[in-house]
Design a protein around this ligand. Structure first.
Ligand code: PLP
Length: 397
């Protein structure tokens, strides 16, 4: 008999994270595979396929033997295209040398945190936050600090303020992760919020990691990011990917854009973990900035139509309360007026109608009253889902 071999503290920290609440989603996937009629609005993905020029470029790369090792920081033309794209957004100038290519934003986030935080540090996230942030923070051994949601006098989610950030801070705080547009809430940061983040980060000498994977899916207003704040320039790490902007969730292309002080660490982490990205995938990714450069705007326009359809379909439902999302692909609804928790609502809605959504709890402990519904499906599917959700709410209120 072998004695139990010890696991790392990281393994224990990861195991202690409560489940993210994807039970209904997993049930819906299994039911769908079994041929049942379900509506999957539980994922950060859409019915769009990757634009053809990108697929053609991958096919071509494979046929010409682009199947060998590549430079581990990422192919130079891809990093140049990423830097140019970012310069067009924030004025730059950004250079290829500021960019390290990773396998999706997820691995870029992990690398970014690995570069700046460790067991001696705390990392702050703002609820509702993307579900994997606690995992990433635990994976680098850091402590997690959460800014809980707060409500204004009308009971609606309040905007971010310096005071809210201060109340969650600790003396070990080293980095703050922000997401704009937000998953799950669809909220976007404005100048007031980036000013609050800037004064907080400067006074406390923090890194700011800005997750911008929904940057191109913005409905109206200008894109505002901590990366564009002049005082944050030297302390901001941008994380982004092609997953959402170019319907490339399965390709795994993401990156970091960093001040020169952090780039060597990120290059070394890339070498230690992924070594290099798939060569033919990088070739295809370059095409996202060339042959498919018009795709993000068209896609965002379609996502805005879908958002409008879902919002219009649910607006009059008395048990649901929400702020119209300003970007991203989700509607984030407070369901407490139905008397159900987010988890109860999701489960009962799925059993009654086959519409799969995600309960709020995975996005932070203060979010148990909420659910997240994706509007990544086509118009007919969203119309059916809105109808089913309305009928379900009527049946429980
Ligand atoms: C806010 C946010 N960050 C990061 C990711 C991960 O993106 P990627 O597919 O590029 O790893 C997602 C995916 O849903 C997300 O919603």
């Amino acid at each position: 008999l072998t004695r139990l071999i010890q696991l790392s503290a990281t393994s224990h920290a990861l195991a202690a994270i409560p489940p993210a609440g994807f039970d209904v989603h997993l049930r819906a996937l299994a039911d769908k595979a079994a041929g049942r009629d379900v509506v999957l609005l539980s994922m950060g993905d859409t019915d769009y396929d990757t634009p053809q020029p990108i697929i053609d470029a991958a096919r071509h790369a494979l046929t010409v033997g682009r199947t060998h090792y590549a430079p581990f920081v990422g192919a130079e033309p891809l990093r140049t295209a990423i830097a140019r794209d970012q310069s067009a957004v924030d004025g730059g100038p950004r250079h290829a040398d500021d960019v390290v290519v990773f396998q999706g934003a997820q691995s870029a986030l992990h690398a970014a945190l690995r570069a700046v935080a460790d067991e001696t540090a705390d990392v702050m996230v703002i609820e509702p936050h993307y579900v994997t942030y606690p995992h990433v923070v635990a994976a680098v051994g850091a402590g997690l600090l959460r800014v809980p949601i707060s409500r204004d006098e009308k009971g609606r989610p309040a905007r971010l303020t310096r005071d809210r950030l201060e109340r969650a801070a600790s003396s070990r705080l080293r980095a703050l992760i922000v997401t704009t547009p937000n998953n799950p809430s669809g909220e976007v940061l404005g100048r007031e919020e980036t000013d609050a983040i800037a004064s907080f980060a400067l006074d406390r000498n923090l890194w700011v990691i800005t997750d911008e994977v929904y940057r191109t899916i913005l409905f109206g207003g200008p894109f505002v990011s901590p990366a564009m704040h002049p005082e944050l320039r030297g302390r901001t790490i941008i994380v982004n990917s092609l997953s959402k902007s170019h319907a490339m969730t399965g390709w795994r292309v993401g990156w970091t854009i960093t001040p020169a002080t952090v780039t060597p660490a990120l290059r070394a982490i890339k070498m230690a973990t992924l070594f290099n990205s798939p060569t033919f995938v990088e070739d295809a990714a370059i095409e996202a900035f060339r042959g498919a450069r018009d795709f993000p705007a068209q896609f965002a326009a379609e996502m805005e139509r879908r958002r409008n359809a879902l919002v219009a379909g649910l607006d009059q439902s008395p048990g649901l309360s929400f702020v119209t999302p300003q970007g991203g692909m989700f509607l984030w609804m407070d369901v407490s007026a139905t008397g159900l928790s987010g988890t109860e609502f999701c489960e009962a809605l799925y059993s009654a109608s086959g519409v799969a959504s995600v309960p709020g709890g995975g996005f932070g402990p203060s979010c148990a009253d909420f659910i997240r519904v994706s509007f990544g499906a086509d118009a007919a599917t969203l119309a059916r889902a809105a109808n089913d959700i309305r009928n379900f709410v009527a049946s429980v209120t």
